[in-house]
Ligand binder design. Structure first.
Ligand code: ATP
Ligand code: MG
Length: 440
């Protein structure tokens, strides 16, 4: 992408309305734009990051055996009357009427709809277990939307729903998602800690929130320091191995971790003082097992091996991609801007032409840009007619992991500088060496 032809509306001033660093940086870099309270457009730079986050989420959901579909944002109120949640949900639900005066709603979550899909097609235990997920916009009319897309009214969610014949099966489905979540957040460059959680309006018996530690987090959390060193389940995790999955769950729930709603002061104080971590955190994921809470009132039954009808045991599993993007920034930035983990960076590398119009600089930049693009890298080429200082500041601000700096002096001897955004380390090397380094 040539920056001169791109749409990346960088703001010179720090936006006054932004209280936390991620919100400030997302506005300054032109990643998002507020359209009305708690409702955002994702501009091209932000959309690139969001897509990469969703790609990782999708890969890990698929790896665990979940199957993607896409359900609509608008739902009929009738379904929610069946479960009893139409009245229970309260003002967070945006209620709409269509031209025939039929009550509709903008989905805040999809348990009812996916249960309806399930009951329409699945009749036998032989088709279980099943886990269906989608990545879709949700709307919750939050009392206090704030911090940009961290807590917005319209937001994106990956929500998965599992169906099993028995509680035992459902716990295995829960453990699959538990392991998939650990892998997902790790690939996003985050250490998320699963904490016992309240089940809230979704209801149910077993629930964990996945929390990122951050000073600006809205939740107060308490946990054991050991979490920092726990191993993340590997790529070779066998999602059909019930005992192996239980082992992962047991390990990650073996030491104390709780949000303030579930906090047990005495249990926390039993941890040696030096190992106690009391901090603030951001909830980036939440998983629930809730048994037959929806399947029973909505008649989602299958025939079991005993020939009888059984209400299916269900769980639901949410991750917030539009909250994860600012959470990653909260965890990874410095005074100059964002520092993207390579896995979600909007571009892999930025080529900085210090003197656009200078023949040797232009040619070297074009060579690098073409070679790395051909190698499948996402390359941003800063070919603008701007001062070198402005370009350096932009590159640092938008946080692309590697910068290739092409200036008239070094290119005279065929060399460029390669700068690591995170460490600031710079290395001088030939154009070919830079290409080889980054094309791999
Ligand atoms: P919170 O406690 O932060 O209000 P919640 O418990 O109501 O969230 P869930 O129903 O568990 O949210 O939703 C699953 C995930 O969706 C959350 O873990 C979070 O990542 C994301 N999410 C929920 N509400 C919002 C929001 N208003 N803005 C952005 N992301 C959200
Ligand atoms: Mg939650």
């Amino acid at each position: 992408m040539r920056l001169s032809r791109y749409f990346m509306p960088i703001l010179k001033e720090n936006p006054k309305e932004a209280e936390i660093v991620s919100h400030r940086l997302m506005l300054r870099t032109g990643m998002i734009r507020q359209q009305s309270q708690g409702i955002y457009s994702w501009l091209p730079l932000g959309k690139r990051v969001l897509d990469k986050v969703n790609k990782i989420i999708r890969e890990e959901q698929n790896r665990s055996g979940a199957i993607e579909l896409l359900m609509p944002t608008l739902q009929s109120a009738e379904l929610w009357q069946e479960s009893g949640r139409y009245d229970a949900y309260g003002k967070e639900m945006l209620r709409i009427k269509d031209r025939q005066d039929r009550p509709m709603l903008y989905g805040p979550t999809n348990e009812e709809m996916v249960t309806d899909i399930f009951r329409s097609y699945i009749k036998s235990y032989k088709d279980l277990p099943l886990n269906l997920y989608h990545i879709q916009l949700k709307f919750r009319d939050e009392i206090r939307p704030r911090f940009g897309t961290m807590r917005s009214r319209e937001f994106m969610m990956k929500d998965a729903y599992s169906f099993d014949l028995t509680q035992e099966g459902a716990v295995q489905s829960y453990n699959k998602m538990f392991a998939a979540y650990l892998r997902t957040f790790n690939r996003l460059g985050l250490r998320a800690i699963p904490m016992r959680a309240d089940t809230g309006p979704i209801g149910g018996n077993l629930s964990h929130e996945f929390i990122i530690l951050a000073d600006t987090g809205e939740s107060e959390v308490f946990c054991h320091k050991d979490f920092v060193n726990f191993d993340i389940p590997g790529e070779d995790t066998d999602f059909d191995d019930a005992a192996g999955l239980k082992g992962i769950f047991d390990k990650w729930t073996s030491v104390y971790a709780a949000t303030s709603e579930m906090h047990d002061e005495a249990a926390f104080n039993a941890i040696p003082e030096g190992d106690r971590l009391s901090a603030r955190g951001i909830e980036v994921g939440h998983i629930f097992y809730f048994g037959t809470k929806y399947s029973e009132p909505m008649g989602a039954k299958v025939q079991g091996p005993d020939g009888k009808e059984h209400s299916v045991h269900m769980g639901s599993y949410g991750i917030g991609p539009t909250r994860l993007v600012p959470a990653i920034i909260e965890a990874s930035h410095d005074e100059n801007g964002i520092i993207w983990p390579a896995s979600v960076a909007p571009f892999d590398v930025v080529v900085i032409n210090m003197k656009a119009g200078d023949q040797a600089c232009d040619e070297a930049c074009e060579t690098v840009y073409a070679a790395l693009s051909k190698a499948g890298k996402d390359v941003l080429y800063d070919d603008r007619d701007e001062r070198a200082g402005t370009k350096f500041a932009t590159a640092d601000l938008i946080g692309v992991p590697v910068q290739i700096i092409v200036g008239p002096r070094s290119i005279a001897s065929g060399e460029v500088e390669v700068k690591d955004r995170k460490t600031g380390a710079r290395e001088t090397m030939t154009v070919e060496a830079a290409i080889n380094r980054l094309a791999g």
